[in-house]
Design a protein around this ligand. Sequence first.
Ligand SMILES: [Zn+2]
Length: 236
Amino acid sequence: MLANCSESLSALLEGKRTLTTYVPPERASDSFTCPHCGVLAAQRGSAVQIIQGSSFMGFNVLGVRQCWHCKNFCIWWEDQLIYPIASEFPVPNEDLPEEIRADYLEAGSIAAQSPRGAAALLRLCIQKLCEHLGYVGKTIDEATADLLKQGIPETIVKAMDVVRVTGNNAVHPGELDIADNAEIVSTLARLVNVIAENRISIPKKVGALYDGLPESAREAAEKRNAKVLRDPKSSA
Ligand SMILES: [Zn+2]
């Protein structure tokens, strides 16, 4: 059990796996990650008949599934997903706060038609995420410095600098940048997820594993921490 926990933690911390399980939508599957809401949910299937005038044109050509979570539909023509339009937009992190998740999904829904609009929404997501993490009233530059002090990986810090600079040094709600393109949109979406994973999902997961340790082990660890914090030079 502990060996499994430790392997799982190492994989998480090394970024070898994410907490978000993505199951691609398939017509024959009873559950997959919904392209509308991003939740891995059961999908109710329906049979569809095609009738033109009074003539029966086909059965089973169209496939429909409805998400139990958001009630939206996915539609296939034979085995090709035709609605919603297939997109490479990453699935949102499961722990994103609801308001940020809504902006993120809206960005995904317009990314193909309007990269500029999607990028503006994703920058807004990053700003709101920084506020959610306690960096209220700070610029992205100041929030990045605080995240670095708290031990966020340097690669994320560099990515945040890319966001700041490509956004013409401004990350304000609704602001557009003519340089935004599909690549920047993809980077911004990944950045939202990686910050959420690092600052929300991993602490949550580690906290749950830690709480599952025997009480005596937690007490010993807490005593050690208190001692080290009182006297940082001690070897605990
Ligand atoms: Zn859904």
